[in-house]
Design a binder for this molecule. Structure first.
Ligand SMILES: Cc1ncc(COP(=O)(O)O)c(C=O)c1O
Length: 338
């Protein structure tokens, strides 16, 4: 079976994990700090502006917490993974769901303008970022869980809003050994508050805190993966271009928008017959999926027409660094008419 996703882990990640195990210090320590600093360097922030946590969801919750989101109107698209609903519920915020733009997997910014939100969570779905330079006065959480390495105007995603979050879940662009997340901000006071929240134990007060820590084993694996990220992104781009060259109609950024540089987190095939495609790939041992199929969208079709249409007209194909050329040929054999 060619899986829809497969982590790309090798001897370097194994050695990093062994190094930490043998060191005798397994929990949050020097490796986490080094990972945070290397992450800052990668995205172009000064040292000390990133906080590693246990998941992307944890980093989103902490973003909402640090932005005082309780009882606030929090806008985000319904066409997204459930982590956003959970985080908003955990902070007791008021969900305000907005449709995605036509022919885009991302929130419709023209609807956001009219929404009068207190806080907006902007996921950059499938690696496709958005230009938010017209929203300078808004409080925006850039959800870069699917878009690490993407840029707008040559600046990394996560640096354009109030805060940025990333996920290192096993299927994401890099993984810190299964789960992990990062919170970034250019505002040092937000960073300090998030770090304080993460230090939950042995404190001399009873402020609310929680254990959202990343372990040193996770961070050591994440550091190796971060070094490999540029090569991973190149390989993903190569696969994406191969699919396009063979005539597949893939979701992509409008070529006119030269200032938007996506990463190829997903290869989303546009088709009016998704189930037929999924079945025909399945019959030759290839796993493909409907990329996002949230209950809230299918239950409220008339409120989210673009989202609903997307769930009915897209199939996500395998695309990851360890996908081999012969596996790509197998996938194409079911999709390209000779
Ligand atoms: C857009 C988006 N936001 C948030 C998350 C949550 O990240 P995690 O799975 O690391 O908690 C994910 C990943 O599942 C995601 O795709």
């Amino acid at each position: 079976m060619i899986p829809h996703n497969r982590p790309t882990l090798n001897i370097e990640e194994e050695e990093a994990a062994i190094r930490v195990i043998r060191s005798g210090w397994l929990t949050q320590g020097k490796e986490v700090e080094a990972f945070e600093n290397e992450f800052c360097k990668f995205v172009g922030l000064p040292e000390g502006h990133a906080v590693a946590v246990s998941s992307g969801t944890a980093s989103l919750f902490l973003s909402l917490w640090v932005l005082n989101a309780k009882n606030k109107k929090i806008s985000f698209p319904g066409y997204v993974c459930s982590a956003l609903h959970h985080s908003v519920a955990m902070i007791s915020g008021n969900e305000n769901l907005i449709d995605i733009a036509p022919n885009s997997p991302n929130l419709d910014l023209s609807l956001l303008k009219k929404s009068n939100s207190d806080i907006t969570i902007l996921p950059y779905m499938y690696g496709i970022p958005m230009d938010i330079s017209n929203f300078k006065n808004e409080i925006i959480i850039e959800d870069c869980c699917q878009a690490l390495g993407a840029k707008v105007n040559n600046k990394h995603v996560g640096l354009h809003g109030t805060v940025g979050i990333y996920s290192f879940y096993v299927t994401k662009l890099i993984t810190s050994g299964g789960h992990g997340g990062m919170f970034v901000s250019s505002d040092k006071s937000l960073i300090d508050r998030v770090k304080d929240y993460r230090e939950f134990d042995d404190r001399q007060d009873y402020k609310k805190r929680f254990n959202f820590q990343m372990t040193d084993i996770q961070a050591a694996i994440g550091r190796v993966q971060l070094k490999k990220l540029p090569t991973f992104l190149q390989r993903r781009e190569k696969i994406f271009q191969r699919y396009k060259k063979e005539g597949l109609e893939l979701l992509d950024v409008d070529p006119e928008l030269k200032h938007i540089s996506p990463v190829r987190y997903r290869a989303i095939l546009k088709t009016t017959k998704p189930q037929i495609i999924i079945n025909s790939l399945q019959s030759i041992g290839v796993k493909s999926i409907i990329p996002t199929n949230e209950y809230i969208v299918s239950e409220n079709q008339s409120l989210f027409p673009n989202s609903f249409q997307f769930t009915r007209e897209t199939v996500s194909l395998p695309i990851y660094p360890s996908l081999t050329n012969s596996e790509i040929n197998v996938i194409l054999s079911a999709l390209v008419k000779k």
